[in-house]
Design a protein around this ligand. Structure first.
Ligand code: SAJ
Length: 412
């Protein structure tokens, strides 16, 4: 059979490749022509370990093609972004657009799977949209009986940096709009998934995915709050956490400069959105983590007061260690706020995984990208923002005589 995957991003493209490598005919569909062209040539538009070689292999084998048009297929996987709008409600415009692309080519017996992280009820909404666009077909939301098309939610839970491994080894939750829908969707994931496939209803699957990321957000917020408290009362948070974590049932996560990425800082809001009055802890955690970058800036600016013409080295820009992804990165926000609040401040940025500054930093005359040794040598204050291995192995003697603000506890 043929599988069409809508959205060739961080999730859609690896999923397409893994299916194609197992001998399935896969068509990757994207609205972005540059992305389609790159993939059709066997290239990958972003950095992810082991993905590039898999894509070029699958394209060369002829199992993976790319197009801006949605073809007829046996199964459709929707893997488009679900950002949040200004009011923190999920913005389902790309999901809606994908259903509009699928509807005209939809046939009896097809499977439609929503992979995009979505609020509870979205899979049913997709089914309703498809039913409106194709009144000639019976969609599963309308009856518990026999439907013409099978619709399910199957959230991804792969970790950026380990996608190609986790795509195959992680357990998968498959939530069908009916039992039959779940079974049909599960059969597709069995092609490549070596983990356990857990079938459930669509809304529980949607909620489980949000819970995973909210759980992590709340736990990181706890660590970040401890770091603020420790700073205030003059304690070393890393020592406090190290000691507490020797308890057999305590595992405090690691404080940092804030929470970045396009999932953990977003998904908890979808829970808040469906139950605003009950989501007090989840909302508070978002507040704690979102406030962290500004807190770091305030600390650094306070230290700047000790120098006449201070130079600050900021080490790391990505949203977490050892990846080149700068989107929603607290480190980028911190550098931007530092540069904007003191135009006289000389800001040196070191990010070994990129070759140029992102647009939002390029606009500042007082920010420049340098190698870590040069940036540190020039600096009065060194701010460690990302725990890249590259910085871990840096000789500590370079930091002698500098004020060091280590937001990740890398050098303690
Ligand atoms: N962070 C800390 N302290 C920690 C752990 C993380 O400050 O102890 C920060 C990181 O530096 C980063 C942010 O949190 O800025 C998020 O990083 P992460 O590694 O926790 O997660 P992501 O966003 O890369 O991927 C998450 C994963 N979810 C969970 O671990 C529950 C991944 O499995 C999901 O597939 C992914 O979100 C997603 O797409 O939803």
């Amino acid at each position: 059979g043929r599988v069409a995957i809508l959205g060739l991003g961080y999730i859609g493209l690896p999923t397409a490749v893994v299916l194609a490598t197992r001998g399935i005919e896969v068509v990757g569909v994207d609205v972005n022509e540059a992305t389609v062209k790159a993939v059709a040539n066997g290239e990958v538009p972003f950095v992810e370990p082991d993905l590039a070689v898999a894509v070029s292999g699958a394209v060369a084998m002829g199992n993976l093609t790319a197009s801006t048009e949605t073809p007829r297929a046996d199964a459709f996987i929707i893997a488009v972004p679900t950002p949040f709008a200004d009011d923190h409600q999920a913005d389902l415009r790309h999901v809606r657009a994908a259903t509009e692309q699928i509807a005209p080519v939809l046939e009896r017996g097809n499977v439609v799977i929503l992979e995009s992280t979505s609020p509870p009820g979205t899979t049913e909404q997709v089914s309703r949209w498809l039913g409106e666009l194709r009144p000639d077909l019976v969609l599963p939301h309308t009856s518990e009986g026999v439907a013409d098309v099978h619709v399910a939610h199957c959230p991804e839970r792969v970790l950026p940096g380990r996608i190609m491994i986790e795509m195959v080894t992680n357990d998968r939750v498959v939530g069908g709009l009916s039992r039959r829908c779940g079974e049909r969707a599960a059969a597709l994931y069995r092609v490549f998934c070596q983990g356990t496939i857990l079938t459930t209803d669509a809304a529980s699957a949607e909620m489980a995915k949000l819970v995973e990321n909210a759980y992590r957000d709340v736990n990181i917020a706890f660590a970040n709050e401890l770091s603020n408290i420790s700073e205030e009362i003059g304690l070393d948070v890393w020592e406090v956490i190290r000691l507490a974590n020797h308890h057999p049932r305590v595992n405090v996560l690691t404080p940092g400069p804030g929470v970045g990425g396009h999932c953990i800082a977003v998904d908890p809001w979808f829970i808040v959105g469906v139950a605003p009055d009950s989501s007090r802890l989840i909302r508070a955690a978002r507040g704690v983590n979102d406030a962290k970058p500004h807190h770091v800036v305030e600390q650094v600016l306070r230290t700047c007061g000790r120098f006449r013409e201070p130079t600050v080295a900021c080490l790391g820009l990505s949203y977490k260690a050892n990846i080149d992804d700068l989107r929603e990165s607290p480190a980028v926000d911190i550098v931007a706020e530092l540069a904007a609040s003191r135009p006289d401040l000389d800001v040196r940025v070191a990010e070994p995984l990129v070759t140029r500054l992102p647009l939002e930093l390029e606009m500042f005359a007082n920010v420049q990208l340098q190698g870590a040794p040069e940036a540190v040598a020039a600096a009065d204050i060194v701010v460690l923002l990302v725990d890249h291995d590259h910085f871990r192995s840096m000789s500590r003697s370079r930091l002698a005589g500098k004020v060091v603000y280590d937001t990740r506890g890398l050098w303690r």
